[in-house]
Design a protein. Structure first.
Length: 198
């Protein structure tokens, strides 16, 4: 945090670097129940099957611009390569670019590293099990609440369209003030967390 991420974020705030947070979300077409309390048992309609809609996204730490790559199959190193090229084309100046991501194998492979070097993009890998350091995780949580929680879609096409609609909201900056608050560069750290042996 102190040696790698914060210095790059300070440069981004000063307009001397572009920092993107990237991650993939895999939305399985089915029921996303919200919180409910009921005296009687309730049955919630849902689709059967395991079809899923994958979204590989990156969000600019300062402007909150979203680049995303979607498919119905798999996210792999070729998907990450496409995303890196989208990020490079979205940056219209010669400032250095840093992409912060987790340690998924398809992101750490030679193909992705070589392309990043060719595009002059620095890859900054987060420590294992630290989604709290990736602000795009907050966006995925918002997206589920916006279009999936407590919603029933009869077809997979309706399900996909709902996700695409939520993605377009952030691309168009429809809720700019809400996202500016949600995506602040405040990170929950666990250095001083209370631990009790029970």
């Amino acid at each position: 945090m102190e040696k790698e991420l914060n210095p790059r974020l300070e440069e981004a705030k000063a307009g001397k670097r572009a920092v993107f947070f990237a991650d993939a979300a895999h939305f399985v077409c089915g029921c996303f129940p919200g919180y409910i309390w009921s005296v009687a048992r309730r049955f919630i309609p849902t689709m059967s099957g395991r079809k899923r809609y994958n979204v590989l996204g990156s969000i600019n730490a300062i402007t909150h611009d979203l680049c995303c790559y979607c498919n119905e199959t798999y996210i792999n190193s070729l998907s990450v390569s496409d995303l890196l090229e989208m990020i490079k084309s979205a940056c219209d100046n010669n400032n250095p670019i840093t992409v912060v991501m987790d340690n998924a194998k398809y992101q750490r492979c030679n193909l992705v590293r070589e392309l990043a070097a060719k595009l002059d993009i620095e890859l900054l890998f987060l420590p294992s099990y630290s989604p709290n350091l990736n602000i795009i995780e907050r966006y995925w949580k918002w997206l589920k609440k916006d279009c999936l929680n407590c919603k029933y879609y009869e077809t997979f096409t309706d399900f996909k369209n709902a996700i695409d609609s939520s993605l377009s909201k952030i691309i168009k900056h429809e809720y700019k003030n809400a996202f500016d608050s949600l995506l602040q560069l405040n990170f929950q750290l666990y250095d001083n967390a209370y631990y009790s042996r029970a």
